[in-house]
Design a protein around this ligand. Structure first.
Ligand code: EPU
Length: 424
């Protein structure tokens, strides 16, 4: 049975919320763990459906997965078998593609289905595949399945045409056992890439430069188990910061790395949000009138595309015209259509949107068309008059750890009801 999320809007929020481990690090750390010969303990695992799908893939590979308490995962690949990955779990999320790099790196062979994930317009993986080929692998694609194999992976110099997060991490994983040195140029610089490199280095890899645009990997023969704590989720943090800017009387957002959120925090400052930033938390109090701002999404450290959708919901409340330009996913604007249903005044233009504010929002039936659209709907629902009914909540559950519980503790009126007509 599917569920619908309901939010009665208009209630001010007050209290503290603690941010979970980063989804986009976790979904790469779990596949990376299979490169070890012994147990890898990962702490700070968020409670999200993507983790369940990845655990299912690990079990298919005969990897022992033990959950300890709410947020520890012990992954033991000692008895692992490199079977073909044709299960539906692979198509449930985008990040299943990290098993390509991990299994190719470990065994020189991987066969798996095309990965799934949110539809944000075309999301090719050509750069991942080109990287594998540069390391000496061959790639075949037939009837929805990739077969990637190599007799011996050999280090190479790889220039990424686009600084892709997924390609950077996938190539890094494939290269850890390659003979010699791999250099990734124009690498992506997202904090999640540093987190994955940190895990691999703790396992015994020799990766330098993660977090800059040149990453060097010197191949090693074997990797062992280790202990790792995941960085806080900067997108979940950003979402709660935006929620606070929208609805807080006074809210404290704990367990954040403010530096990871610089682009968002500076935009919110421009909007006139009343906030105090500390070493690992931010406190936000009610702000009277918000001002419109222009935002262009960029790779890190620019403004994150994943926060563009939540921010749009807040911008419906800002005085004046806000312009959004999306340079990562030109079609990431389905949330605007949903916001329009609630009364927002938004023009969607090619690669962008213009928001005319402020608008009064009204609760109605909307859909979480993708994960971050879901976050935008939650924010709009908290702001709206009446009850907002969010369908396809499975998208939200893929990436936000206990969002209902966290919001309820802050005073939100949010609940779920069974629903028969959703599309999963
Ligand atoms: N691209 C290519 N070819 C490739 C790879 C990427 O053309 O081989 C293009 C993409 O189409 C896009 C751009 O490069 O236009 C950047 O894509 P990137 O590879 O960086 O994105 P990703 O690794 O697929 C991750 C996050 C996304 C986030 C993007 C951008 C994960 C699992 N996903 O995706 O997160 O939007 O980076 O920061 O880490 C989300 O959390 O809601 C989400 C979609």
């Amino acid at each position: 049975m599917h569920e619908v999320m309901k939010i009665e809007g208009g209630h001010q929020l007050e209290g503290e919320v603690t941010i979970s481990g980063a989804k986009n690090a976790t979904v790469a750390l779990i596949p990376a763990a299979v490169l070890a010969n012994g147990p890898v303990t990962i702490v700070g695992i968020p409670q999200i459906a993507d983790v369940d799908s990845l655990s299912q893939i690990l079990r298919i590979l005969n990897v022992e997965v033990t959950e300890v308490g709410a947020d520890h995962l012990i992954i033991n690949p000692a008895n692992m078998k490199n079977v073909d990955l044709e299960d539906d779990a692979v198509t449930k999320l985008r990040a299943s593609y990290y098993f390509m790099g991990a299994l190719l790196g470990k065994y020189g062979y991987v066969r798996m289905k095309m990965p799934g994930g949110c539809y944000l317009g075309p999301r090719p993986i050509d750069l991942h595949l080109k990287g594998f080929e540069a390391l000496g692998a061959t790639v075949e694609y037939e009837r929805g399945c990739y077969t990637i194999k190599a007799e011996q992976l050999t280090g190479a110099k790889i220039f990424l045409d686009i600084a892709s997060v997924g390609a950077t991490i996938n190539i890094m994983m494939a290269a850890v056992h390659a003979r010699g040195r791999t250099i990734i140029e124009n690498a992506a610089k997202e904090p999640e890439i540093i987190d994955v490199a940190t895990l691999l280095n703790k396992m015994g890899a020799k990766i330098r430069g993660a977090g800059t645009n040149v990453i060097t990997i010197n191949g090693v023969n074997s990797l062992s188990g280790c202990f790792h704590e995941i960085i806080p989720d900067r997108i979940e943090a950003g979402t709660f910061i935006i929620i606070a800017a929208a609805m807080a009387k006074k809210m404290v957002i704990n367990n954040i790395i403010p530096q990871h959120l610089d682009a968002l925090l500076s935009k919110l400052q421009d909007m006139g949000v009343n906030m105090k930033i500390d070493v690992d938390k931010v406190t936000i109090e009610h702000s009277d009138a918000l001002k419109a701002v222009d935002v262009t999404t960029r790779p890190y450290p620019g403004f994150a595309t994943d926060l563009q959708q939540p921010l749009t919901a807040l911008l419906t409340q800002a005085e004046g015209e806000s312009r959004i330009k999306e340079t990562i996913y030109a079609e990431r604007f389905k949330h605007c259509i949903e916001l329009q249903r609630m009364g927002a005044d938004i023009d969607v233009i090619p690669g962008g949107a213009i928001i005319h504010g402020p608008s009064r929002l009204y609760g109605t039936r909307v859909a979480a068309t993708d994960l971050r659209c879901g976050a935008a709907m939650v924010i709009a629902g908290l702001l709206a008059d009446g009850v907002t009914e969010i369908h396809n909540v499975y998208h939200i559950d893929r990436g936000y750890s206990e969002i209902d519980k966290k919001l309820e503790a802050l005073g939100a009126k949010i609940w779920r009801e069974p629903c028969e007509d959703d599309d999963e």
